[in-house]
Structure formats: C-alpha cells, structure tokens
Ligand binder design. Structure first.
Ligand SMILES: *Cc1c(COP(=O)(O)O)cnc(C)c1O
Length: 551
C-alpha cells in the first residue's frame, strides 16, 4: 500500500532526484575541494562566524538531534526548516499543484497558510471558527470529508491571532475523520500553553504533522529555525522541496547555543515570566476605555476587541508602541504581544491605563567558558521559583539558602567539568551569581551596608556587605574537613571573593564553631540574610547606623 504522503504529493516532487551534494558529513580533517568554497575564513565576525566560508550541512546533525530531543522524537522524525513559515511553504510546494487542489484553513488564523497556498495556485477554503474562536470538529469534517481535492488542512493551536488553545482531542477527532488529508497542527505557541503536544500522535499517524519553531519560546525569531515533526516517510518527501543548504551556519550556531541543557531552566523561567505578565496585563488592559473585550489567551500575546480604534492607533503610534491590527478577525481587533514588564506598562499607559512605576529588578546571565556553561535568571522582587542545578548537590543547597534567605527567585543551571574537579563550577557559578545580582540591582547599587549574624547550634557566622561598587573580600574562619559531599570546604572563601568581585561589593565573613557542615551553611545563610536587607531597603541609607567602624 502506498503511504498517504506519496499519494498526495505532486508527481514532480516524487520524480525529482535529490541534490547531489557529495558527502556533507562534517569531517574536520577532510581537504575540502568539492564545493567551490573559499578556503579562507571570514575576516570578521568573531567566533559566531567561524566556518562560514563553508557550506553548512543540509540537515545539521547536531541541531536536528537537539531539536528532536527537545520535542521527544527521533532525529529522522524531525525535519529542520528555515523557520515555521518555510515549513508551511514547503508543504504547499510538496502537495499542491494548482486550482484543482484545495487547502482548508480555519478563520481567523495565521495568514501564511492561505498565502503560500495561493502562491502555489491552490484553492483556499475558509472554515469560520465559532464566535469565541473555538474550533469545532464538525464543520471542519463536514467541509472536507468526501472531497478528494482537499490535500492540506492547517490547524493552529494555540491559535494566532486569537490566542485560544485547541483541545488536542478535537484535533485528533478531525485527524481520525479525515484519513486522506494531510493535517498540520501548528504548535508555534504550544510552549506557552497547558496543552499537550501532538508530536507523539504525529509520528504514529500518516496524516498528521506538527509544526514547530524556535522563534517564539526560544527567542530566536531572527535566526529562522523551525521544523516539522512527523513520520520519516512524509518528511523525506517534503525535504525534496528544500533548497540544498536551507539553514545558515550562524543560525545553526545560535540555535545550538540556545538549546544547551544549561539554558533550559532559564527558558522555562522566561516563559513563566511572560505568562505571569500576560495574566497581570489582561485584567488591567480590560479597564482601558478602548478595550471592549480581552480574549483568554494561551499564547505570549493577547487578542483585544477595541473601539474607537483609529484614535487608539494614533496614540499607540505617537507613543512608539507597535501592535498588530487584525480587523478581519474581530471589530477593532488588536494582537498585543507580551513584552517585558516595562514594555507592558508603556503599552498599558498608551491604552489609557495607568499603573504605578513597577520597574523590574530581574537579570539573566549566560556565561560560557571552556570549563563551564552557566545560565541563570534572578528576580529580586519575587521569592519563587528557586531551582539550582550545578551538579554539586551541597553547593546547590548552599545557593538555595542564599536565595531563600535573600528573598529572591533564582534559576541557575551549570554544566561544568566536574569530571576534572568541582573548582571551576563553584567559582564560575559564584561569579555569574554576583554578575546577576549586580545587573538586577541596576543603578540602585551602592546604596547599602548591611550585616547579619547567625547562630547555628555551636556555630556563629557573621556577614557584612557593602554594596559599594568596590570589590573587597575578607574571610575569617577555617575548616577541618576537606569536603562536605562533593563540595570542597576550601572553596568557601573563594566563593565569597568571586561574589565580591563580580557583584562589586565588600563582603566580610567571619565564622567560628566546631561542625564544618554548620559553619559552611551558616556562612551562606547569613550572606543571604544580609543580602535580603541590602536588596530590599532603598533610600533609607541615612537612617542606618554607620557600619564604618565594623568595616
Ligand atoms: C510565528 C508563527 C509561525 C512560525 O514562525 P517562524 O518564525 O517562521 O518560525 C508559525 N505559525 C504561527 C501561527 C506563528 O505565529
């Protein structure tokens, strides 16, 4: 039996011989005289541009592996494309001949489906969503069923521009009812929603593909990296419509960097942050005199029905705020992307909703060296979440103490050369944490001098901090045990020195006691407590007793 993709594909595609690219497998030792490339590396561009004199791999193996594992499928069940848009175009070029072929799209939805289908000369059939923009299976099935000229059906979940997620069960009902049509579930915004991905269904069914992109949740819109998940047989046919080297070397490098395991936690935290911003903005923007309705959203944007839209548009434009106007989707329809807190507050103000100054004190640090790859996100005005993974459990526990007692949210992951020794990891993480604290404090640094003394059974620890901008570290104490778990106790003074250097602070630590476990822990706890005061109190420096004598 011939597979569905083969039955639906244009005969020209099936007859096409693949590009003859020779052996594209990467081999650093090969003398490459096969592709008329320049033997000279780029004159500028730094390390990101390394290797751009060579053609990239057609389906870059490492990136394909990384994306396939991100989506939970095998590499041959994932096809990398130049963004999700390109995947839509490829599908249209693979399956649509001309006016005799039909594509079904729901409306309102993403305009690229109809655009690329029309470019191919195909007939686009629109199926309206219900008034709440929910997708009902019945009208879709009724329109498409029994008409063999339907080749493709695009379903977007969560839907752009309206934001609503579609229950996967509804999509599967349609997939089951229409076995002769290639159905594409566009999951460009799935990372922002609670919905389950359909990838596991797609690799098991001949008539379902899932579209993915790194543009939205992974902050790589400019790199143009996306792809399709589906059965290998279908992807091999679609791949015939690809140009020989679809992905630029620089984009491959950017995507690989973004997908490093150490950065996953920060990406998750960013998504959580955008969702909490979305949920903060939604009820506020509903108060705008221009806003008639805010639709529930499962994406990183809100869809609004507005009134007096021209006046609103003039105001938004005067304030330099760009939104997407979607009057065909709803009267005065506006799609508003969720930005940073500051950006959202500016948008709210332009909509006529004033919110107090709520400057965020949040920072992200990505720090890669030969020995360690670190990503962290911290927010001084939120106490949660805290997730720390350095590969050294005791150090994780100590840093968790700092954040918990410091009263700030900390997501931190490090992939370090622990097989050599924990030294680099411990020191580099301390540097990154100091950098993050400094960045989050912004120009508020230099405000405070604080101290905290903490008894812990027989142990007493005292930490003094001056966020002076001038690094200085002093550690008064010693340890008998060489290690606590995998953590070498001798690293403790180094940690506070690294923090002092990168935070730009004077940090004095004094610890005395008998139990090394208590002593190390007391240092970190007291540091967190001193930090809590330094981070929280602002503009009350005068009211503090001078610590000059102690310093
Ligand atoms: C953004 C988007 C895409 C794909 O974006 P690319 O940047 O081309 O990867 C696909 N579908 C929808 C609905 C989108 O909004």
């Amino acid at each position: 039996m011939i597979g569905l993709a083969r039955r639906l594909a244009r005969p020209e595609i099936l007859a096409l011989a693949p590009f003859d690219l020779g052996n594209r497998a990467p081999d650093p030792d090969a003398i490459k005289l096969d592709a008329n490339e320049s033997p000279f590396g780029p004159l500028s561009g730094g390390s990101v541009a390394a290797g751009v004199n060579r053609y990239p791999e057609p389906q870059p193996q490492r990136l394909r592996g990384a994306m396939a594992s991100l989506y939970g499928v095998a590499p041959e069940q994932f096809l990398i494309t130049r963004g999700g848009d390109d995947a839509i175009d490829l599908l249209c070029r693979t399956f649509l001949r001309g006016a005799e072929d039909k594509v079904a799209v729901t409306t309102p939805s993403f305009s690229a489906y109809a655009h690329f289908a029309q470019l191919q000369g195909a007939t686009v059939v629109e199926i309206p969503l219900n008034p709440n923009f929910d997708l009902d299976a019945d009208p879709v099935v009724a329109t498409v069923e029994g008409d063999p000229s339907f080749k493709l059906l695009f379903l977007c979940t969560p839907n752009n521009p309206t934001g609503n997620a579609v229950d996967p069960a509804i999509i599967l009902r349609i997939v089951d009812a229409l076995p002769d049509v290639m159905i594409i579930a566009d999951e460009a915004y799935l990372e922002f929603s609670d919905s389950t991905s359909l990838v596991a269904e797609a690799i098991a069914r001949p008539n379902l593909l899932v579209l993915k992109t790194l543009s939205k949740a992974f902050a790589l819109a400019g790199a143009r990296v996306g792809g399709l998940v589906g059965p290998t047989e279908t992807l091999e046919i679609v791949a015939r419509a690809l140009p020989p080297y679809p992905l630029p070397t620089l984009s491959i490098a950017a995507a690989l960097e973004a997908l490093q395991p150490a950065r996953r936690a920060v990406h998750r935290e960013r998504i959580a942050q955008l969702l909490s911003e979305r949920d903060r903005v939604a009820p506020l923007i509903a108060r705008s005199p221009h806003v008639r309705r805010v639709f529930p959203s499962a994406g990183n944007f809100l869809f609004l029905e507005t009134s007096d839209t021209e006046a609103l548009a003039a105001r938004l434009s005067a304030e330099g705020i760009r939104v997407r106007y979607r009057p065909n989707a709803a009267p005065g329809g506006i799609r508003l992307t969720i930005g940073t807190r500051e950006e959202n507050d500016a948008a709210l103000a332009a909509f006529g909703v004033s919110v107090g100054q709520t400057a965020s004190r949040r920072a992200e640090i990505a720090r890669d060296t030969k020995e360690t790859r670190i990503a962290l996100a911290l927010d001084l005005d939120r106490e949660a979440p805290r997730r720390i993974d350095t590969g050294i459990p005791y150090y994780d526990h100590m840093l968790d103490q700092v954040a918990a007692h410091g009263g700030f949210s900390l997501i931190l992951a490090c992939e370090g050369d622990l097989e050599i020794d924990p030294h680099h990891t411990i020191e580099d993480v301390a540097i990154a944490l100091g950098q993050g604290l400094k960045a989050a404090l912004g120009d508020k640094r230099g405000i405070g001098r604080f101290g905290f003394a903490l008894p812990m059974d027989e142990t007493e620890a005292q930490v003094l901090i001056d966020l002076s901008g001038r690094p200085f570290a002093k550690f008064d104490g010693s340890f008998e045990a060489s290690h606590i778990g995998d953590y070498p106790t001798e690293m403790t003074p180094h940690v506070f020195r690294s923090l002092a250097d990168s935070l730009g602070a004077a940090i004095h630590v004094r610890v005395a006691g008998e139990n090394d476990h208590h002593k190390v822990e007391a240092c970190f706890k007291a540091f967190g407590r001193a930090l809590r005061q330094a981070l929280a109190i602002e503009g009350r420096v005068d009211s503090l007793p001078s610590t000059k004598g102690m310093l």
